[in-house]
Structure formats: structure tokens, C-alpha cells
Design a protein around this ligand. Sequence first.
Ligand SMILES: [Zn+2]
Length: 71
Amino acid sequence: MKCQVCTNEMASVRKDLPWETAEGWVMINGVLHWECPVCGEQVFDRNATKEILDKLNRKNISHKLEIPVLK
Ligand SMILES: [Zn+2]
């Protein structure tokens, strides 16, 4: 998959993701998604979206969240 921002090849990575919910920001544990190693653009395909919703439903998340910091 090519990055839409910088056209570099994106990598499939599994990482904790900060996610905004009605109750505020939470951290979802280990979600497989696409990430550009060059500009950091993230893409969530259908599987990633399903995994995110699934983990939200099962509360497989962490509420103890530090403010996301840009690298
Ligand atoms: Zn990129």
C-alpha cells in the first residue's frame, strides 16, 4: 500500500492506538494497521476498523493515557 501523503510504501504495524471516544481519549491495545515509516500517516483498513471497534466493545483498552506526542 502506498502512502497517500508522500507515496512511500506503508508498513503493516501493530501498535497501541490513541482513540477518541465519548468518554475521552483511550489507548487501544495493539491494533494492526498501516503506517508510513516516512511521514507517520496512518491508514485503517476494514480489518483495522473492525479490530478497533471490537476492542472498544470488549474494553481491551487502557484509560491511563498520556497526551499523544508527535515525534
Ligand atoms: Zn508518508
